[in-house]
Design a protein around this ligand. Sequence first.
Ligand code: GH3
Ligand code: MG
Ligand code: MG
Ligand code: MG
Length: 331
Amino acid sequence: MPEISESSLLIVDDAQMNRELLYRHLKNLGYTNIILADSGKRGLEIVASQSIDLILLDMMMPVMNGLEMLNHLKSHQEWQIIPVIIISALDEKEMMLTCIQKGAEDYLIKPYDRVLLKARVRACLEKKMLHDREFLNKQKLEAAYKELAVAYYELEIIKNELEALSHRDGLTGIANRRYFDKVLEREWNAAKREHKFLSLILFDIDYFKKYNDTYGHLAGDDCLCQVAIAASRVIKRPRDTLARYGGEEFAVILPDTDLKGASFCAEQIRFAIENLHVIHISSQINSYVTASLGISTINPSAELTTSQQLIKEADLALYEAKREGRNRVKL
Ligand code: GH3
Ligand code: MG
Ligand code: MG
Ligand code: MG
């Protein structure tokens, strides 16, 4: 913050002698930055072009008098905070009152008392400085708030990205077990609440250990990705969730789907995997990678106790599919 003596003072007076006299008095009081204007119009031009801390304004001037200039200043959002001291030979109480009501800080009558002028100018400048400091602080605070809001917004984006990442399986890009558990619990509760069907498909690649043994673990990984892609092409409804349940086991949660719908979906998945035609010569079924699928469903009236029951039943069905020769769907 600059010193008070460095404040910029604007004298507006049509009479050169008055301007110079006031200029000298203010200089003697230690003010170094004093600008002179010979009319209200010129005064407003100066106010518009540079920062002014105090205006010492004559009242009787041709074209635009002091009151008119005061009105201009006080109706302008940026200028209304500049203090104005009227210095006039016009000794009329009515006019003095009007000026004070319009927002002038004081009304000094020429020839003014120099001690009074000194005190008034200083008081006005102190007030203006305080205002400027507060204004600056407010701006800094607003900028800080804005930065904070942006930071919060960015944090929210990162949080969402991290959360999405924590739901995904690193190898195949589909939902992982963690997310599967979450969704199953949510859909289980929704199905119970809304008395809707809920189906679950569990599927497992046939003779996958042999696949790894024959083609290597990396080829095995690639096979898992292809199976995930094939299955995800079948799952079209946005609320259905395909997840990697374990190593080479996958799961599909099908809300609002009965046994018939789930069977249809499972058969499509089975067909899509077989139809990938991924060569698997040590498979005992055909020479392609295949999968076995088990389905379980809760219907609205069923008395199943937990979502784990749904998993258990799908797992049993999957075991049956394996036992009956693999590459098939069992209920
Ligand atoms: P089945 O037809 O009865 O399912 O026989 P299987 O050989 O597929 O069953 P098993 O559970 O014995 O073998 C699963 C194999 O899956 C064993 C394991 O090495 C492999 N596996 C599990 N996770 C991964 C993985 O992320 N990448 C690869 N390449 N293999 C995996
Ligand atoms: Mg005059
Ligand atoms: Mg397995
Ligand atoms: Mg297997």
